[in-house]
Design a protein around this ligand. Sequence first.
Ligand SMILES: [Zn+2]
Length: 222
Amino acid sequence: MAAGAKYHPSQELLLEFATGGGDRPRRALIEAHLAHCADCRSDLGRVARPGGALLAAVDDAPLPPALLDRIVQRIDSMPALPPQPADGIDLPPGVLAELVSMKPLRWRSPALRGSRIATLFHDDHSGAVLHLGWMPGGRVFPPHRHAGAEEVVVLAGGYTDGPKHVETGDWVVTEPGASHSPTTDPGEDCWILTRLDAPIRFTGWRGWLQRAALLFSSITRR
Ligand SMILES: [Zn+2]
């Protein structure tokens, strides 16, 4: 586990998480960052404190037995954590807890220079998608443009993205419309969790291939 992440989610995102907000892909991403960041765990404790103070101020009356029974039943019926989805990386328990309806992984590696991507979760309400990504060390991910925002938490290894070098635990945001081509650190596998608002679009010949595949699938679906 890294000594500490360099890049963190905003205070707004931590507050949203603390109050139970955010879609599952975002919450899973925050959990992944918290597993590696003592500073944000401490910040989260601070922003959650007002609610704790409110609870502490409530009269300490004994809980009615029927209510206690219902709470215990609810805890007993909570779904067990799903198994780790992939060999080679252990997702933090908090991430697994957000992904209780996760389906078995289907890796894709569409001309991505040895890297693989699998969808962990698609949020039907927000439209956001959570991906697990793996890439060998010392590789350049093909240039691509983001139609929507991309948020990443590095689970293992590291990479360079423009002027930034990121490592385990770091929270990385790519704004909508931005293009980039990250390069993984030599000698170690890189694992990431990625939340996308909208699909990425490859540039160059991969872009032609991607657009042709989309056109083909739209024709064959008719
Ligand atoms: Zn942090």
